[in-house]
Design a protein around this ligand. Structure first.
Ligand SMILES: Nc1ncnc2c1ncn2[C@@H]1O[C@H](COP(=O)(O)OP(=O)(O)OP(=O)(O)O)[C@@H](O)[C@H]1O
Length: 392
C-alpha cells in the first residue's frame, strides 16, 4: 500500500502543504528543525491515531494557528491511500479545547473521517499500515517492558480491528478494577463478598485478556520465525534470536483465547489477597514482557550494544514482513534518520527491504552525502525548509 497524496494544515510547523507521493523511496532532506520528522509523524498519526513522540495531541496544532469563525485552532492531516483492497481517504482533525469563554484548556478533540464519513478513532487504525524505524528503536530491546508491549500492540492493532477494540476494552476494565481495589485498600474496609464484587470485572478482564494473549502468542511465534534468521544474517553470527513471551500470569499450556481467559480468571482468584493488599491487578497482558535469547542468553540484559541493535532492526524488519504476509500488502516504511546511523551490514538488510518494487518508504536525512549516488538516483527527493516542501 502507499500514500499517494498527503495534505497538512496547521500541523506542527506546516501551515498548508499538499504533497503527491509515489510508491517508491522518498528522501526528505533538509536542515535540523525543518519539519522532516513532523511529516513522518503525520503519516504515523493517520495510521495509529498516536504520535510517536511523547507529546500531547494539542501540541500537534501549529502554535500560531487561528481557528475558523471563532472555533478553536485545529490541525488537519488528510491522505489518499492506495491499497490492494481498494483506495481510501483518511482524515483527522485535532482541535484544541477551550472553555465556555473561549479560553484554552488542556486537551484536544480528535475528529476522524474515513472516505468523508465521520468515524471513530479506533476505526482508523489499520486502514493505513506503517512501520516506523527510529534511532530510539533500541529501547525495544534495552528499555522497559512497556516498550515491548507497545511494539506488539501497535503491530497487532494495525493488523486486526478486533485486537484494537479488545485492547481498548481491556484497558478500560483494568482502570475500573484497579480503582475498586485501590478504594478498598484506602478505606481499609472490604465488602462482605469480595468474590461476588469482583466477579464481573474478573470475567470481563479475563475474556478480553485471553484474546489479547492468544493474538500476542501467535504473533510472537510468527515474528520469531521472521526475525530469528534475520538476526543471524544481520549480526553475521551463527545463532538466531529466539523471542519468548514472558507472561505474568501462569498460562500453562493454554494457547487459544478461551483457555487463556480461563487461566487468567484462575490467576486473579489465586492472588486475590495480594491484589487487595496492593490495590492493583498484579498480572495480565498489561504486565507481560518479551525476552530475546541468543544461544540461551538473554540479550536484553546481557547483550552488547551491537547485538541489541541487531535485534531491534530484526524486530522492525520482522514487523514489516509480518504485516506484508498477514495483510497481503506491504506497509509504508517510515525511516527517521536511521540509515546514516547503521553500519554497512545492517544498512544492507534495510536497503533490501526498501528497494523492493512498489515499496513506499519515506526517509529523512540532513545530509545527502550519507547516501550513494545509485541510491540518490533511484530515490524521489524532497527538500524541506521551515515547514515547506520543495521538489528536487
Ligand atoms: N505545534 C507546533 N507549531 C509550530 N512549530 C512546531 C510545533 N511543534 C513543533 N514545532 C517545531 O517544528 C520544527 C520541526 O521539527 P521536526 O522535528 O519535524 O524537525 P526535523 O526536520 O525532523 O529536525 P531534525 O533534523 O533536527 O530531526 C521544530 O523547530 C519544532 O520546534
Amino acid at each position: 500500500m502507499y500514500v499517494h497524496h498527503l495534505a497538512l494544515r496547521d500541523f506542527r510547523n506546516y501551515r498548508r502543504q499538499d504533497l503527491a507521493l509515489p510508491p517508491a523511496t522518498i528522501l526528505l532532506y533538509g536542515p535540523n528543525a525543518a519539519g522532516k520528522t513532523s511529516l513522518l509523524e503525520a503519516i504515523f498519526y493517520l495510521a495509529t491515531t498516536r504520535s510517536p513522540r511523547l507529546s500531547s495531541d494539542r501540541e500537534l496544532v501549529r502554535w500560531d494557528a487561528v481557528g475558523e469563525a471563532g472555533t478553536p485552532p485545529f490541525a488537519r492531516i488528510a491522505a489518499e491511500v492506495e491499497r490492494r483492497i481498494g483506495p481510501v481517504r483518511l482524515e483527522v482533525l485535532v482541535q484544541r479545547r477551550t472553555d465556555d469563554e473561549g479560553q484554552p484548556v488542556n486537551g484536544a478533540q480528535k475528529l476522524v473521517r474515513i472516505d468523508k464519513r465521520p468515524a471513530r478513532a479506533l476505526d482508523l487504525i489499520g486502514q493505513l499500515r506503517v512501520v516506523l524505524f527510529t534511532p530510539a528503536d533500541l529501547t525495544l530491546v534495552d528499555g522497559p517492558p512497556a516498550e515491548r508491549r507497545r511494539y506488539l500492540d501497535i503491530t497487532l492493532s494495525q493488523l486486526d480491528p478486533h485486537y484494537v477494540r479488545t485492547l481498548a476494552h481491556y484497558q478500560k476494565i483494568l482502570l475500573q478494577r484497579n480503582s475498586l481495589l485501590r478504594a478498598w485498600r484506602e478505606q481499609r474496609r472490604l465488602p462482605r463478598n469480595v468474590d461476588a464484587e469482583l466477579a464481573f470485572w474478573d470475567q470481563e478482564l479475563a475474556a478480553a485478556g485471553g484474546y489479547l494473549l492468544a493474538e500476542r502468542l501467535r504473533a510472537v511465534v510468527e515474528l520469531g520465525a521472521l526475525a530469528g534468521p534475520l538476526y543471524r544474517a544481520i549480526s553475521g553470527g551463527e545463532h538466531e534470536v529466539q523471542i519468548e513471551y514472558e507472561a505474568s500470569c501462569d498460562l500453562g499450556e493454554a494457547r487459544d483465547a478461551g483457555g487463556l481467559a480461563e487461566r487468567l480468571r484462575r490467576a486473579f482468584t489465586a492472588q486475590r489477597a495480594d491484589e487487595i493488599a496492593r490495590g492493583q491487578t498484579l498480572c495480565g497482558p498489561h504486565r507481560d514482557d518479551l525476552i530475546f535469547r541468543v544461544a540461551g542468553i538473554d540479550l536484553g540484559r546481557y547483550g552488547s550494544r551491537g547485538q541489541q541493535r541487531s535485534i531491534a532492526l530484526a524486530l522492525k524488519i520482522g514487523e514489516a514482513e509480518l504485516m506484508r504476509q498477514r495483510g497481503g500488502d506491504a506497509p509504508v516504511l517510515l525511516l527517521d534518520d536511521v540509515l546514516s546511523e547503521l553500519d554497512a551490514q545492517r544498512r544492507a538488510h534495510l536497503l533490501d527491504l526498501i528497494q523492493r518494487p512498489g515499496q513506499q518508504t519515506l526517509l529523512t536525512a540532513t545530509d545527502l552525502s550519507d547516501f550513494s549516488a545509485d541510491f540518490l538516483a533511484a530515490a524521489r527527493r524532497f527538500r524541506i525548509e521551515d515547514g515547506q516542501v520543495f521538489a528536487g
